[in-house]
Design a protein around this ligand. Structure first.
Ligand SMILES: [Fe+2]
Ligand SMILES: [Fe+2]
Length: 386
């Protein structure tokens, strides 16, 4: 390559460089002082000298969450052909067509490419109006939750350290955006009014968004995502709702993110045990309890005991919280035992002939696919591998 060089006065260049060096020292010195004094300073946790975010590369986190999510990335056009999504690439579309051509007539029917009207007809055939209302009431809870998951994950981007953790959170933001839009179309396809947030969801989700620092990981990734994952686990094997298996898989990775993050950047003892942080976590959990009671009728409509569901969620969330090091006010087993007593007291007061039982051992997730994903997350082994 040949460049036609231009001439520049070297003295001018020297002066230019010197002015910049002085400005640089003053700027960074000033921001550094402000930072130390807690008055702000540099906004971006970015280390331009190392060409990394503060915290370093941390490729393991990136591989476990960003790269793995990309490998498992699902396109709504392929798995929810009734949705308005057109996100498949040319290659994916050609593969879909080729796969269809190679199918027998029966197979093709089984993988029927529903138009939105055909999908609505299927829901009408499979569910009574009361069942549709119940499923929409339950699903819309996650629908509103996805909106907050999108907001909370975006707010975590400037909360975590390292390039790898930012890549992981970035992928979560993208997945939550897709979840929100696809789930909204699924809920709307039922053709029944979509309920607003109940007061309990409002409290729970606003609490997550307003929580301080890493407690947002507890509120959203541990608690709300476990509720979402468990609701998908209840519904993913029902006709027309198979797409929820893909949501379930994504949420399972999101629930593992805090634990994987703390393996790289452990919480300090103060962050774990600080009374204010523990109290804040307890306050985040509290609205989930009346939410379970609030959904009792809808769960009953689809044959699930709301308290079994509540027990199943709380056992899993407590396990994740414990593993990530998020202390609650009481030890995990005492907290679960106390909530179980509350559930039984409520049932004794409202259900005829109620026999006390341990709701915390209940399992409401259905189907082998869902069970396999949950074994990986809630089993005794460490959180997901790359
Ligand atoms: Fe989600
Ligand atoms: Fe999520």
């Amino acid at each position: 390559m040949h460049f036609e060089k231009l001439s520049v006065d070297p003295k001018v260049t020297r002066i230019n460089r010197r002015v910049e060096a002085i400005a640089n020292r003053a700027l960074r010195g000033w921001d550094g002082l402000k930072g130390k004094a807690g008055l702000g300073g540099r906004r971006a946790a970015y280390d331009d000298a190392a060409y990394e975010f503060v915290g370093g590369a941390r490729d393991a986190l990136r591989k476990k969450h960003y790269d793995k999510s990309l490998r498992l990335l699902w396109k709504a056009e392929q798995v929810a052909p009734w949705s308005s999504f057109r996100d498949a690439s040319e290659v994916e579309r050609a593969l879909m067509d080729a796969a269809e051509r190679g199918m027998t007539a029966d197979e093709r029917a089984a993988r029927a490419r529903f138009s939105s009207q055909e999908f609505r007809d299927l829901l009408d055939r499979e569910y009574t109006p009361a069942e549709k209302r119940a499923i929409v009431a339950i699903l819309s809870k996650i629908g509103h939750g996805e909106a907050y998951a999108w907001l909370v994950s975006a707010s975590m981007l400037n909360e975590v350290q390292s390039t790898g953790a930012r890549a992981a959170v970035t992928m979560q933001i993208m997945e939550e955006a897709k979840h929100f839009v696809v789930l909204r179309e699924l809920v709307q396809a039922f053709g029944v009014p979509v309920p607003r947030q109940s007061a309990w969801e409002y409290l729970l989700l606003e609490g997550c968004l307003k929580a301080r620092g890493l407690n947002r990981f507890f509120g959203m990734n541990v608690l709300v995502e476990t509720i979402a994952l468990s609701l998908f686990g209840v519904l993913a094997d029902k006709p027309g709702l198979e797409v929820l298996n893909f949501f379930h898989l994504d949420e399972s990775r999101h629930t593992a993110l805090p634990d994987n993050y703390f393996r790289e950047f452990p919480m300090s003892e103060r962050e774990k045990r600080n009374l204010r942080a523990r109290l804040e976590r307890l306050l985040l959990v509290l609205p989930a309890l009346p939410l379970v009671i609030f959904l009792e009728e809808e769960f009953a409509e689809i044959g699930v005991d709301a308290f079994d569901f509540g027990g199943s969620v709380l056992r899993k969330a407590a396990h994740l919280a414990d593993r990530a090091g998020f202390d609650l006010l009481l030890p995990k087993d005492d907290t679960l035992a106390m909530i179980n007593r509350l559930f039984n007291a409520y049932c004794a007061a409202t259900r005829e002939g109620h026999q006390p039982r341990d709701f915390m051992v209940a399992e409401t997730s259905q189907g082998e696919k869902v069970a396999a994903v949950e074994r990986e997350i809630f089993g005794p082994s460490p959180a997901i591998e790359a």
